[in-house]
Design a binder for this molecule. Structure first.
Ligand code: NAP
Length: 218
């Protein structure tokens, strides 16, 4: 469905810039939504596709809600924004979700007509050398690394030096974006639920209600 929408846009525009918003979204919160919106505007993206991770390749700390629950919360949280789409590409795949496989699948569908920007947290990108095919992925695609206020950006600068021999390549492939709303974190929300503190106004109301209705994270 999200693919169909983009395909029809391609009939009008010859080339699109699409953000692929990768995350466990356990649960999704306003920090993620602000990150997607800011990417859309700063990088003049045509759409942002949220891709909740199916089976994460790395260990997650704390409780991980079912993939279907994380997907549905993402759909609910993004429903009012016409520029946000949600994909089941990783959720429906029973195997471990590797970002390079996901990006290649999107690229195969859109062919050369789309430039893909993978958007995620800076701390996740810092681990990219441990991901599947790190050199290939960081040369083929563009990355937007969202940071929380006060983030030590020298860590990302060091990573760029390891990945690219030419500073110009690094400049064109990895972008940093500070997002004050990322003071909100999924870890904190899960802890607040566990200790019966309010989570209202940290995430869209529909997603809060979904958590309460299904007794997630308590
Ligand atoms: P994580 O390690 O749980 O998160 C690291 C940090 O980034 C956390 O502070 C997290 O905050 C933040 N973050 C995560 N997604 C974000 C987003 N879309 N926008 C803004 N901040 C975000 O990371 P994760 O969520 O499990 O994974 C991030 C992405 O990297 C996923 O798409 C995952 O599949 C991919 N990944 C791929 C590989 C691989 O291919 N081998 C390995 C690791 C991760 P919150 O906790 O508040 O979200």
């Amino acid at each position: 469905m999200e693919i169909d929408k983009l395909m029809s846009m391609l009939k009008v525009k010859k080339h699109l810039k699409v953000g692929i918003m990768g995350g466990t979204f356990n649960p999704i919160h306003y920090g993620h939504l602000v990150t997607a919106e800011e990417s859309l505007k700063q990088f003049k993206l045509d759409k942002v596709i949220f891709v909740p991770t199916g089976t994460p390749p790395h260990k997650t700390s704390g409780v991980l809600a079912e993939a279907e629950d994380r997907y549905l919360m993402t759909v609910i949280a993004t429903a009012s924004n016409a520029d946000f789409l949600v994909s089941r590409i990783e959720i429906d795949n029973m195997e471990t979700s590797y970002t390079i496989d996901t990006l290649k699948r999107f690229q195969e569908i859109f062919k050369e007509k789309v430039t893909l920007y993978f958007i995620t947290g800076a701390d996740a990108i810092l681990e990219i050398l441990t991901w599947k095919n790190p050199v290939e992925i960081t040369n083929l695609y563009k990355f937007i690394a969202a940071t929380r206020p006060g983030y030590d950006i020298s860590k990302i600068e060091d990573l760029k030096k390891k990945l690219y021999s030419h500073p110009a390549d690094a400049k064109d492939h990895i972008f940093l974006m500070e997002i004050p709303a990322l003071a909100i974190s999924s870890t904190d929300i899960r802890e607040r639920i566990r200790t019966k503190k309010p989570i209202k106004y940290l995430m869209p109301e529909g997603a809060v209600n979904y958590i309460l209705k299904h007794g997630l994270y308590s």
